[in-house]
Ligand binder design. Structure first.
Ligand SMILES: NC(=O)c1ccc[n+]([C@@H]2O[C@H](COP(=O)([O-])OP(=O)(O)OC[C@H]3O[C@@H](n4cnc5c(N)ncnc54)[C@H](O)[C@@H]3O)[C@@H](O)[C@H]2O)c1
Length: 259
């Protein structure tokens, strides 16, 4: 179980837990003996979930709201042993000169600032107790390139932030890791496919496994990073991408040998 606790089911805050990767991760964690508490900017708890949705909407980029919500969670439910930063917005695919600065600022605010604000609210509490595990959801574009000039640099910075915080809090027993999903079947991705901004065949063609990633496949790696089986792992970024990073360069050599 997550590093800080003895006996009791570890409490894990999952941001962005009302949809996609965050929601699937909360479900995996609930099934594996963790106690997920979801923070999300969207209001309303879905029926029949086996985890807690924080009753007030939380915008992860709002420092005061995050600090207050984390303090209230600990007061109501006990010490937070794990944090999963899955809240995020996908980037606008415009050339730089057409990308509105307000969109660039918002992508940075949610995807990078929000991750830092959450880590800063939770990490020192874990460090004071001598342990904990944080998982930041980055992206394969954070270690490659894509025509999303706000989103991709924000995700690269999340990977960097993961290592800086791992070194900062490692001596206090707190582990900080990143998971970089490849193209994952979530409402956000489905919206891109529906609007024709993304084309499923193009997403699949470069991936070694020739398919999209399912959200639960991210959740299971996150669960491993939160639990004791990864006790010596910190500061790393793990792609969970169906082999997208491994296969994509093959497009320059005529593509993967699928025949
Ligand atoms: N789907 C993919 O292919 C893919 C690939 C790589 C990385 N990711 C990353 O995974 C994470 C989840 O993406 P997803 O595809 O599940 O998206 P999604 O849109 O399905 O879910 C994102 C959730 O985050 C919440 N959210 C958005 N802004 C927020 C804010 N300011 N504060 C709190 N909550 C907020 C939304 O309400 C939503 O519930 C994101 O960080 C995304 O960048 C996704």
């Amino acid at each position: 179980m997550a590093d800080a606790t003895d006996g009791e089911a570890p409490l894990v805050i999952v941001t962005g837990g009302l949809s996609g990767i965050g929601s699937a991760t909360a479900a995996v964690l609930a099934g594996r003996g963790f106690r997920p508490v979801v923070f999300d900017i969207a209001g309303g708890a879905p029926d029949g979930t086996a985890w807690t949705v924080w009753p007030d909407p939380v915008d992860v980029s709002d420092e005061d709201a995050v600090e207050a919500a984390v303090a209230a969670v600990e007061e109501r439910h006990g010490p937070v042993a794990g944090l999963v930063n899955a809240a995020g917005i996908l980037g606008r695919m415009h050339p730089p000169e057409r990308l509105k600065m307000k969109d660039w600022d918002r992508e940075m605010a949610v995807d990078l600032r929000g991750t830092f604000v959450m880590c800063r609210a939770v990490g020192p509490r874990m460090a004071a107790r001598g342990g904990g595990s944080i998982v930041n959801i980055a992206s394969v574009v954070g270690s490659s390139s894509a025509p999303v000039h706000g989103y991709a640099p924000a995700k690269a910075a999340v990977i960097s932030l993961t290592a800086t915080l791992a070194a900062e809090w490692g001596p206090k027993g707190v582990r900080v890791n990143a998971v970089s999903p490849g193209f994952t079947r979530t409402p956000a991705l489905e919206a891109g496919l529906q609007h024709g901004v993304l084309v499923a065949d193009d997403l699949i063609r470069g991936a070694a496994l020739q398919r999209l990633v399912e959200p639960g496949e991210i959740g299971r790696v996150v669960a491993w990073l939160l639990g004791p089986d990864s006790s010596a792992v910190t500061g790393v970024n793990i792609p969970v991408d169906a082999g997208f990073l491994a296969g994509i360069t093959w497009q320059a050599y005529g593509g993967l040998r699928t025949g």
